[in-house]
Design a protein around this ligand. Structure first.
Ligand code: PEP
Length: 251
């Protein structure tokens, strides 16, 4: 399975800086056997697309979406609006949205389904909090989040979902989950997917996210069952992110 690294800019970089980031990143030497995407704020997608020109790397991702096609939903962005800008993927259910905007499992499921129907790959983020882990509830929480998210999703077709295991306590904290602990959680996720999709589950990618950087990225990508990474802070500098991609899968 081809590994993928997705940069998440979070709420950084308006159109001007987004264009500059893409142009700088395009100058990086990148591993051929790695998919690379960048999750860009809505307002910067058009500028990122323009700076890409005809290039297809990195793929463009949104950071969120709304589930309806159109209507009286002030401030929201639909999957087809994202498609018009050449957006190929979109994050859904990032823990920062669950935490600050009250996003629920039900909303995440509706968003993922709307994306898939529009041919955009949903990148479904799931993860337990520090307290949940301390109480020994991590696996239970993850199972519930994932079961809710995939209720109506297909595993095959043009836009098979990607899953990102992102323990909340590891995001932006500089305290990553060890590859061994991440592996255990990835096995839990894979088991839920296999129960629903059978053999098709084998082709679904499960990423790790949470304080991944140039030094530790290879440890994750060489761990069985980890199919890539979602990277926040360490992706803000385009040259640093280029270095991270090269460190992920050294030639
Ligand atoms: C993220 O934004 O999804 C993330 C994993 O952030 P960081 O790499 O900064 O922990």
């Amino acid at each position: 399975m081809k590994k993928i690294i997705i940069a998440n800019w979070k709420m950084y970089y308006g159109p001007i800086k987004a264009g500059a980031w893409i142009r700088a990143f395009r100058r990086e030497r990148l591993p051929k056997d790695l998919d690379i995407a960048v999750a860009v704020p809505f307002v910067s997608l058009a500028a990122a697309r323009a700076s890409l020109g005809r290039a297809s790397i990195p793929m463009l991702s949104a950071q969120d979406v709304f589930w309806a096609e159109e209507g009286a939903f002030t401030g929201e962005i639909s999957p087809s609006m994202l498609s018009e800008l050449g957006t190929q993927l979109s994050l859904v259910g990032h823990s920062e949205r669950r935490q600050y905007l009250g996003e629920t499992d039900e909303m995440v499921a509706k968003k993922a389904l709307a994306l898939q129907k529009a041919g955009i790959v949903p990148v479904i983020c799931i993860g337990e909090t520090a307290i949940q882990r301390k109480r020994g509830e991590a696996a239970k929480v993850i199972r519930a989040q994932i079961q809710a998210a995939i209720a109506d999703l297909k595993a095959d077709g043009k836009a098979p979902p990607i899953f990102a295991y992102e323990p909340v306590w590891a995001i932006g904290s500089g305290k990553p989950c060890s590859p061994q602990d991440a592996k255990e959680m990835h096995e839990t996720i894979r088991a839920v997917l296999t129960k629903k999709y059978g053999k098709d589950a084998e082709r679904l990618r499960i990423l790790y996210g949470g304080s991944v950087d140039q030094r530790n990225v290879n440890d994750y990508l060489t761990t069985t069952g980890i199919d890539g990474a979602l990277v926040g802070g360490a992706a803000l500098d385009p040259r640093g992110f280029g270095l991270l991609c090269r460190a992920a899968l050294p030639a």
